[in-house]
Design a protein around this ligand. Structure first.
Ligand SMILES: NC(=O)c1ccc[n+]([C@@H]2O[C@H](COP(=O)([O-])OP(=O)(O)OC[C@H]3O[C@@H](n4cnc5c(N)ncnc54)[C@H](OP(=O)(O)O)[C@@H]3O)[C@@H](O)[C@H]2O)c1
Length: 267
């Protein structure tokens, strides 16, 4: 058997030797596939989302980066614009998507990043807070995605990147984990369903990252002692993975949730 296998491999190698096709090779350039793009990032006023807005608007050569949040934001970044929108409100999500597409012709990349974390003790968490986590972290993705599919130019290719969590991949039964599991499932389902309509859908599953969501600032000061990780990612590390998925460098990657956790899930 091993001799046959060796022979087959040798024949394959000999035949393919001079037939390597380089046409589709994507050279490594920082703004691959982002120049001239319109990007919508939900929850771009703080943490990971804010870093993404800065990174894409300063270095992406993009046409426009539009970002959302609940609180007002005075944006002074080049080629960036803030629109107030609570992602728990399906009408608001719909009108934001429609408005951007009417003004700029299309949205090329939707990054569903808005998210909240609430202490998950079921006996102390109010009904309102419990529902709000699910509404923001899961329904927010669903509302934005549905409207995006509804209004996007059907002749073009589009990308959706959902910011989930390692809690989407590991055990955990609190409402935050449940909302992220739902986001994980939704990412796979939409990738499959929208493949023939030109949408590429992937997810990012970060580990603990310096941001307001878990009370860690960029100097590494930890205000939340309940977080068990022994170090935190910088938001820009997560944004680098976002760049990869948003750009042509990730051609062929679809329906994947990629974790970036510094090894946290190995523990
Ligand atoms: N930091 C981590 O350790 C970590 C780990 C794994 C996953 N993540 C995920 O990464 C994403 C970004 O979180 P982050 O760490 O950057 O936290 P963050 O600094 O608290 O930022 C959260 C962003 O979401 C927005 N937001 C919250 N609720 C919203 C709503 N209902 N409608 C619209 N926008 C809303 C916030 O803006 P407003 O307050 O103005 O609404 C803010 O811009 C979240 O999905 C989070 O679950 C974070």
């Amino acid at each position: 058997m091993r001799a046959i296998s060796f022979f087959k491999n040798a024949v394959f190698y000999a035949r393919s030797k001079n037939k390597v096709v380089y046409n589709n090779v994507v050279p490594l350039r920082i703004n691959n596939g982002l120049s001239g793009k319109v990007i919508l990032i939900t929850g771009g006023t703080s943490g990971i989302g804010a870093f993404a807005v800065q990174s894409f608007s300063r270095y992406g050569g993009v046409k426009k980066v539009i970002f959302t949040g609940r609180k007002e934001n005075n944006c002074t970044l080049p080629d960036a614009e803030f629109i107030r929108c609570d992602v728990r409100d399906s009408y608001c999500c719909d009108s934001v998507i429609k408005n951007i597409i009417e003004r700029f012709g299309d949205i090329d990349i939707l990054i569903n990043n808005a998210g909240v974390y609430k202490d998950s003790n079921i006996t102390s968490l109010s009904e309102e807070d419990y529902d709000s986590v699910l509404q923001t972290n899961y329904f927010g993705i669903k509302y934005m995605t549905k409207s995006f599919v509804k209004y996007a130019d059907s002749a073009k290719k589009h990308k959706i990147i959902n910011v989930l969590s390692i809690r989407s991949l590991t055990s955990g039964t609190d409402i935050y984990a449940m909302s992220k599991w739902a986001g994980y499932s939704y990412t796979l389902r939409t990738a499959k369903e929208l493949l023939d309509r030109g949408f590429i859908v992937n997810g990012i599953a970060p580990g603990p990252t310096c941001s307001a969501i878990n009370n860690v600032d960029l100097k590494g000061n930890v205000f939340n002692t309940a977080v068990r990780a022994n170090y935190y990612l910088d938001p820009d590390q997560v944004v680098n993975l976002m760049w990869f998925l948003a750009s042509d460098l990730s051609k062929g990657v679809n329906g994947q949730v990629i974790s970036i956790d510094g090894g946290e899930t190995l523990l």
